[in-house]
Design a protein around this ligand. Structure first.
Ligand SMILES: C[S@@+](CC[C@H](N)C(=O)[O-])C[C@H]1O[C@@H](n2cnc3c(N)ncnc32)[C@H](O)[C@@H]1O
Length: 475
């Protein structure tokens, strides 16, 4: 790949995604570009650059290809065991510190930060003074951070997590396992680039694994200087298996045999290396008044101090913003979950409504069939509630009582009987049936001379409670 094609691709990526790959090693970028070229059956890099300009979606795909997010729980178990023995034991058991502050740089989909949180939690629970824990977990990929925030992982992760830890720190989820709040709560996730954003500060431990290898030496130095600046004196740095902090002895010294764990050597930034992290421009320097060397250096020290104070102020504001952002994000996620749940409930209710509608249709049909049967057998039925008001009736009953559908709810006593039976007598019969819960039967004569068998019985609901009384008239 020519340097002009390389630059064109990185500029397109920067313009489209806002992410700057200048400072990343050429090898992985070239491999990513070649892979995308093969996928699109494109033979030359120049042709691929033209294709990228024409198809913005391809820039997204290349972007994802370059940000290798490979990760897993307790990736390199021996290194994690060393971290526990050498760093966490000293930080948690050995110091009366109130709040421990960790930072996981390039956390991808979260497996690594939850591994660290599990180890720390185990130590904290076993420790007498139980320090509080705050872990910043950052990455430049918002999609990966979304997965990390949700903390839901497939069943296969059980291959890398012991059964005891799975039980203690995870709960079952339809998609596999979900991290419990004990290890989710101390973590603040946010988008942040180790190369382009202000670092956190006053940290006890920085986990910076499997990202250093993708960076050019200058960018490596820049990242390590920022991390050194962010750590407290004797703070710990945890790097990946194939990474080395060799050549940066002025910043870190190795403390394990595997070359994964380091401690800061001097806090030279306390003497002013903030300017190394956030350098002043030459123009700022030439603006300092006075030609004497002593004046320049005291102005320089003053400016450095001011820059450091300003940087720390910015860091606190940044942290507060990160926390607020994290809270908003969680609220947002809760709202999204709530919306999904509401949608599910809505769908369930709609389903139930359909079933009810079908039941109603069936009940209506049954009712009509019953009505027809009653009509053909000449059975009139009238059902009264406990206060002797009309609940429902069949059409056949209108031959013995004057009734229309609008009469539902009217008292029995208001109705006109076409029978040679006084309404007061009928009311007394109904009341005695309600009182004794014993059916009553009697033949009654219609005004036209026909005889009807009248039966008055308690009417029960499906749960066997008394609803009222039913009166049937059979000619
Ligand atoms: C190979 S993964 C490593 C994940 C994890 N640290 C581990 O070792 O399992 C590298 C991660 O670094 C992230 N990354 C790349 N450049 C970054 C930058 N400038 N600042 C922060 N994260 C970055 C990528 O998005 C990716 O998620």
């Amino acid at each position: 790949m020519t340097s002009s094609s390389h630059d064109s691709i990185l500029k397109l990526l920067r313009k489209h995604s806002g992410q700057d790959f200048f400072g990343y090693k050429d090898g992985p970028i070239l491999r990513g570009v070649e892979h995308r070229m093969r996928k699109n059956r494109i033979a030359s890099v120049e042709e691929y650059v033209t294709f990228l300009k024409r198809e913005p979606e391809e820039i997204d795909k290349l972007h994802r290809e370059l940000l290798v997010g490979v990760t897993r729980f307790f990736r390199d178990k021996v290194a994690f065991a060393d971290l526990d023995k050498l760093a966490l034991s000293s930080l948690i058991d050995g110091s009366p510190c109130q709040t421990l502050r960790f930072w996981v740089v390039g956390c991808s989909t979260g497996e690594e930060v939850y591994s660290l949180a599990m180890l720390a939690q185990e130590r904290i629970e076993a420790c007498r003074h139980q320090p509080a824990l705050k872990i910043f977990a950052t990455d430049i990929q918002p999609e990966a951070l979304g997965v990390a925030r949700a903390g839901i992982y497939p069943l296969q992760v059980s291959e890398n997590i012991s059964e005891a830890r799975l039980k203690r720190f995870f709960e079952p989820h339809p998609d596999g396992f979900k991290v419990k709040p004990t290890i989710r709560r101390p973590i603040i996730f946010s988008t942040h680039s180790i190369l382009h954003d202000i670092p956190f500060s006053r940290l006890d431990l920085v986990n910076f694994r499997n990202l250093l290898i993708y960076l050019e030496p200058d960018a490596q130095r820049e990242a390590l200087t920022k991390i050194h600046y962010a750590l407290k004196p004797n703070g710990f740095l945890f790097v990946g298996h194939s990474e080395s902090v060799e050549g940066h002895d002025d910043l870190f010294r190795q403390i394990d045999r595997g070359g994964n764990i380091y401690q800061t050597v001097v806090k030279s930034h306390q003497g002013g290396t903030a300017s190394e992290c956030f350098p002043m421009s030459p123009r700022q320097l030439t603006l300092q008044p006075g030609g004497k060397r002593i004046q320049v250096s005291s102005a320089l020290v003053g400016a450095r101090e001011a820059a450091r104070a300003r940087t720390e102020e910015l860091q606190s504001v940044n942290e507060e913003l990160q926390s607020a952002n994290e809270e908003l994000q969680s609220t947002n996620e809760e709202l999204a979950t709530l919306r999904d749940e509401l949608q599910a409930t809505n769908e369930e209710l709609r389903g139930r409504c359909l079933v009810l509608e079908k039941d109603l249709e069936k009940a209506d049909r049954d009712n009509n069939e019953m009505e027809n049967a009653f009509r053909s057998f000449g059975v009139g039925v009238i059902v009264l509630d406990l206060e002797l008001r009309i609940l429902r009736h069949t059409w056949a009953v209108t031959r013995v009582v004057q009734l229309i559908p609008a009469d539902a709810g009217r008292p029995l006593a208001d109705l006109r009987l076409w029978l040679k039976l006084e309404m007061t007598d009928l009311s007394d019969i109904v009341k005695s049936v309600l009182r004794d819960l014993e059916p009553f039967q009697q033949n009654v004569q219609h005004e036209d001379g026909h005889w009807y068998a009248m039966k008055v019985s308690p009417s029960r609901r499906a749960n066997n409670s008394i609803e009222g009384v039913s009166l049937t008239f059979l000619e």
